[in-house]
Design a binder for this molecule. Structure first.
Ligand SMILES: *Cc1c(COP(=O)(O)O)cnc(C)c1O
Length: 467
């Protein structure tokens, strides 16, 4: 499989190159040259597979030329061996027609583990073959960071620097990152918002000499390998509820648009998806866009669902490129304009194309808390604030007779303050995380300043990284 950039100016690359590079050299995001498609018969045949085998089959066409399905299956078995549920991503029924797919049974209790636990071994395998090393820089609003750190800690050839907005993550999220004292892990607390962190990461990539000197790589959801690793759970849960012989719909609490873009991709690959409901908190740029074409950036405001406190959703560029008929020049111009003006005017045809499938719902903190309470009262189900927003979006946009599967993206114990406020109790952390509050933390404060951050990245890299 070859990959092209959404900005149309980068040479086509293979899967391993795309995995290690993250962002395309023209500043765009990689997408496969064409989407692999599974026939209904091929999909039905996947019903009999255990999750790692199913995931290997779904990811194999994307990795063709770099990893075989058998190699992927071995890495995926390793990746999901540490999950706390034998089904990896179990489905729970909440109401008639409404289900939650629990994606949070991995080591850091959020859905990021579903992809990241594969990315760690994939990176290690690709680097070992090439005898190379890389510096992974990432921005996190909470969950990506811990998932990436958990997946990359102590892996040879990988130096990982993770930026998070100081004071804007939950304490559990912060401790999950800062208590990992492995020598190849560096945590930076940035004085700013998640968007500032993401801008710093993008600016490091745009600094070509720095990017080459440090052999920069990314594990944010701009990395296509993460998208690929998020597609299988849409396939698995849809098959469990009758697809491809029955239509399905998904609801996804959304921040950077990576998870819901994977759902869209599953549809392109043959899954009969008739609706994608995007859930937002008060940072509702996507839901405003879907409801009324208004894609205009406002200040990021903290909420009960910090992993969705985002205004510029990087992966939206992928959907934009597709809905513009894969016109890289137009995509590049629109993204440049958006960056400059904070406002995007999407052509009518593209907006209509997007809203045929996508709908949105935004919940502020009060409505989120009310949803958590109502869910608990109705069925005893305990949903974290992110998952609750997804569930509410799913219920609001359910179609009669079509199973609506909401993505359960985090374990409620990750957000103790929000849960205490909503339910009057805090669900316990799983035993393997119980010691989190007793561990030593290591983290550096940095200003939201490119030169300062680059200096820290350079000074913390091992000597083998020196050019
Ligand atoms: C990352 C995250 C999201 C948002 O996912 P995107 O792929 O960025 O849209 C939602 N909920 C939780 C708990 C997350 O960690």
């Amino acid at each position: 499989m070859r990959y092209v950039s959404t900005r149309g100016q980068a040479p086509a690359s293979g899967f391993a190159e795309v995995l290690l590079a993250g962002l395309a050299p023209d500043g765009g995001l990689y997408l496969p040259e064409s989407w692999p498609v599974f026939s209904p018969a091929e999909l039905r045949a996947m019903r009999a597979l255990a999750y790692p085998e199913l995931a290997a089959r779904v990811i194999a066409p994307f990795a063709a030329g770099s990893f075989t399905e058998a190699e992927l299956a071995a890495l995926l078995r390793e990746a999901y061996a540490g999950f706390a549920h034998p089904a990896v991503c179990p489905l729970v029924q909440l109401e008639t027609g409404l289900f939650v797919a629990e994606l949070f049974h991995g080591p850091t209790l959020a859905f990021k583990d579903m992809a990241m636990q594969l990315l760690g071994p994939l990176f290690a395998a690709a680097l070992a073959r090439r005898g190379e090393h890389i510096t992974i820089v990432g921005a996190t609003s909470g969950d990506t960071g811990s998932a990436a750190i958990e997946a990359c800690r102590d892996r040879p050839g990988i130096h990982l620097v993770m930026l998070h907005p100081k004071g804007r993550t939950s304490e559990v999220q912060r401790r999950q990152m800062t208590t990992v004292l492995a020598p190849n892990i560096v945590n930076l607390a940035v004085a700013g918002s998640f968007d500032d962190c993401q801008d710093l990461v993008k600016a490091m990539f745009a600094d070509a000499p720095f990017r080459a000197e440090m052999a920069l790589s990314a594990v944010n959801s701009i990395n296509f390998a993460r998208i690929a690793a998020q597609i299988p759970y849409y396939v698995a849960t849809a098959l469990a509820l009758g697809a491809p012989d029955r239509e399905v719909a998904f609801a996804v609490p959304t921040g950077n648009f990576g998870n819901v873009f994977a759902a869209w991709a599953a549809g392109r690959m043959g899954l009969p998806i008739v609706r994608l409901a995007v859930g937002s908190n008060r940072n509702d740029i996507l839901t405003r866009f879907l409801a009324g074409k208004d894609m205009s950036v406002r200040a990021v405001e903290p909420s009960l669902s910090p992993s969705m406190d985002i205004q510029v959703s990087s992966n939206f560029e992928r959907l934009l490129f597709e809905s513009l008929g894969r016109d890289g020049d137009t995509t590049a111009a629109m993204m440049r304009d958006f960056r400059r003006s904070g406002r995007m005017t999407v052509p009518d045809a593209a907006w209509c194309d997007i809203t045929r499938l996508f709908v949105g719902l935004a919940l502020d903190d009060r409505a989120t808390t009310a949803e958590i309470r109502a869910l608990h009262a109705a069925s005893g189900y305990v949903a974290d604030p992110h998952s609750a927003i997804g569930i509410a979006a799913g219920r609001a946009h359910a179609l009669p007779g079509v199973p609506m599967i909401a993505m359960g993206t985090a374990h409620p114990a990750k957000f103790p303050a929000a849960m205490r406020e909503a339910l009057g109790f805090v669900p316990p952390l799983p035993p393997r995380l119980a010691s989190l509050y007793d561990k030593e933390e290591r983290c550096r404060d940095v200003p939201a300043d490119l030169a300062a951050v680059e200096a820290v990245v350079r000074s913390t890299a091992p000597a083998t990284h020196a050019a």
